[in-house]
Design a protein around this ligand. Structure first.
Ligand code: NAP
Length: 343
């Protein structure tokens, strides 16, 4: 299906990068392994016979050019993306190949739109930030839920995670974001990001059965507040997180994810409940699956597949919901995500 296209994975030996490499192979692509640590790359290449390993650093553009040479696309899995996104996008523009990343950093995702939208559009290039569980999936669900609506009053994305064992990369991204915000919090209201120091409210969210009503932290703001308003006219976008998962991810001693199945997935389950409201009407899209890191791989690889196959609706910097046929893409991932649309 991947027709043997070579696809560079920057950050290939990270937790998410490894899922992406495996998914590329499953889909018939040839991953080109890249990252900043030559030793870790060699170790990964030893377990993935036949694959090229090309060390590269974001501080050395020529090394990134070598990493992307002869590839058809690049997937950036190396975060914090506040550091890696711009140099890897620059390299993708020089190589004239599409760029997809899995960034879950609100400000870094907003920077990608702000800094590259004009140049990418003018060059006819495709850049898809946050093509991942956070940012990408919520946007696809919100877009699918909208159906024929072109505007809505509110979008709510409630994350029902049974647990969240964070990777080192998640902790590093969260630290980078906290530093950038000077300890403030962010929410999306009145059509813009608003920084504040209010405590996060604890609310009840009525997840579909069998999960049912659960305590969630309100304004637990995720990358969906960048991706959704980038193309949908919705002035209020709010995200919520089950209290247990929010506690897990912030506790310093929560372990990293442990594999429990042959695909390397952890026991973590997710339910993403998206509700859009317009006037008195409400539409809903719900996704269920296992392991937020693992499911990021089929999302990112499906994006590359569709971009290379010309199944796109936009050029320039575009989020998943804008550039792809959202319900069709979600249905194509039925082996990884079970979907329910209520319109
Ligand atoms: N949006 C989502 O839903 C989603 C899903 C999955 C992952 N992510 C994000 O993806 C990133 C990676 O997560 P992970 O779970 O794979 O974490 P991980 O296992 O800790 O891997 C992090 C990777 O990033 C690399 N890296 C870090 N800083 C770098 C830099 N300055 N230059 C080059 N490489 C650098 C690391 O290389 P070294 O080992 O050499 O440091 C490693 O390969 C995180 O930012 C995470 O938030 C987002």
């Amino acid at each position: 299906m991947g027709s043997g296209h070579r696809v560079a994975v920057f950050g290939a030996y990270g937790h998410t990068g490894r899922f992406v490499v495996a998914q590329l192979r499953d889909r018939g692509f040839v991953p080109v392994l890249s990252g900043r640590d030559a030793g870790k790359l060699r170790a990964l290449a030893a377990s993935e016979p036949g694959l090229d390993a090309r060390p590269a650093s974001v501080a050395d553009p020529a090394s990134l050019d070598r990493a992307l040479a002869g590839t058809s696309a690049v997937i950036n899995c190396a975060g914090p993306f506040g550091t890696t996104a711009a140099p890897v996008i620059e390299a993708a523009l020089r190589a004239r190949i599409p760029y997809v990343d899995v960034a879950a950093e609100i400000e870094a995702n907003a920077d990608t739109f702000a800094h590259f939208a004009d140049r990418a559009r003018a060059a006819g290039a495709v850049i898809v930030p946050a093509m991942a569980f956070y940012g990408g999936l919520g946007d696809l669900l919100a877009t699918a839920a909208m159906g024929d609506w072109t505007t809505a009053d509110e979008a709510h994305i409630a994350y029902g995670l049974n647990s969240w064992h964070p990777t080192a990369g998640t902790r590093a991204a969260s630290k980078a974001v906290q530093e950038r915000r000077n300890g403030r919090r962010v929410r999306y209201t009145n059509g813009r990001l608003e920084y504040h120091t209010d405590e996060l409210p604890t609310l009840e969210w009525p997840f579909p059965e069998p999960m049912g009503t659960r305590a969630v932290l309100g304004e637990f703001t995720m990358a969906d507040v960048v991706t959704i308003p980038s193309h949908l006219s919705i002035p209020e976008v709010r995200t919520y997180m089950t209290v247990e998962a929010a506690k897990d991810v912030s506790a310093p001693d929560t372990p990293t994810p442990a594999a429990v199945d042959e695909r390397g997935r952890s026991a973590q389950t997710f339910l993403v409940d998206v509700v859009v409201r317009s006037g008195g009407a409400e539409r809903r899209a719900v996704a269920r699956g296992q392991d937020i890191y693992a499911v990021t791989a089929p999302l990112a690889v499906e994006a590359v597949h569709r971009i290379l196959a010309g199944q796109t609706k936009a050029v320039g910097v575009a989020s998943a919901g804008e550039i792809f046929d959202a319900p069709d893409l979600l249905r194509a991932l039925s082996a990884h995500i079970s979907l329910e649309l209520r319109q």
